[in-house]
Design a protein around this ligand. Structure first.
Ligand code: NAD
Length: 260
């Protein structure tokens, strides 16, 4: 019997089969969960629908987390279809490419607000709507990165957004804890995905992360997915407000002092 048997959960943020959300999906499906999905726009629907159907999902609906009406419509359909929820996975981020390319001190107000809105506020907005459907408690997991707590080259405003996301994780854990809802973040090491392609010199970041890590390699979507599945399951019933690193131990080291 899988650790998520009998649970219904939403996977938010699948773009394609390279997405971290897809790694989480595979682990949750293997562990017996019934899954629902969102997609952003028609172009992504073409990719997400076949992936979701391959794990027997019946709930596949559009949602733009930058739009309250779109979120309300999505969660109204969740309520109609399932009536309850056991978990959500928030695997969503966005920043303007220019904001990651230009000097950090030149970040515009618009780019700052956009990155924080889509990458951090959206977790709070999703959590509130999901919590209303978690009458028997539940679990929420979001995806973060080391750039929240260290100045990582080229990560810029996304690091500020991840700091807000990690802090939001703690405040959500405090707010929703009395309702039996746990809220955690997984801090993944660098993985080649669509979103990652916006980060300048990502190839070098991956090489440095592997060299500076304890395991001397990078992590996979599957490894992040397995950790998320554990946090979503009752095996982690005493864990909330945590930032759990899945980065081959890079964050405990001194980086790669031998790097250029
Ligand atoms: P990805 O491009 O596959 O996923 C990002 C998702 O965000 C996409 O599905 C996209 O549709 C969605 N999204 C963007 N704007 C949205 C909006 N307005 N409404 C709804 N959805 C929206 O890339 P990924 O790397 O799998 O990213 C998933 C999460 O993992 C992000 O939070 C990212 O910051 C985080 N993360 C990634 C890495 C990495 O190295 N790839 C490392 C640590 C954390």
């Amino acid at each position: 019997m899988g650790i998520l048997e009998g649970k219904k959960g939403l996977i938010l943020g699948t773009a394609n089969d390279k997405s971290i959300a897809w790694g989480v999906t595979q682990a949750c499906h293997r562990e017996g969960a019934e899954l629902g999905f969102n997609y952003l726009g028609e172009a992504l629907e073409k990719r997400v629908r076949p992936l979701a159907e391959s794990v027997d999902a019946k709930f596949i609906e559009p949602m733009d987390v930058g739009d309250d009406a779109s979120m309300d419509a999505f969660f109204a359909k969740v309520a109609e279809r399932w009536g309850k929820l056991d978990f959500i996975v928030h695997s969503i981020a966005f920043a303007n490419k220019d904001a990651l390319k230009n000097r950090f001190s030149n970040t515009s107000r618009e780019d700052f607000q956009l990155a924080l809105n889509i990458s951090a506020y959206s977790f709070v907005a999703v959590a509130g709507r999901a919590a209303a459907l978690m009458q028997n408690g539940g679990s929420m997991v979001t995806m973060t990165y080391l750039g929240a707590v260290r100045a990582v080259p080229n990560y810029h405003v996304m690091g500020v957004a991840k700091a807000a996301l990690e802090s939001s994780t703690r405040y959500l854990a405090q707010d929703l804890g009395p309702d039996g809802i746990r809220v955690n973040a997984v801090s993944a090491g660098p993985i080649r995905t669509l979103a990652a392609s916006a980060v300048g010199d990502f190839r070098n970041l991956m090489a440095k992360s592997a060299r500076g890590s304890m395991l001397k390699r990078n992590v996979s979507q599957e490894e992040v997915g397995n950790t998320a599945a554990y946090l979503l399951s009752d095996l982690a019933s005493g864990v909330t407000g945590e930032v759990h690193y899945v980065d081959s131990g890079f964050h405990i080291g001194a980086g790669d002092p031998g790097a250029e």
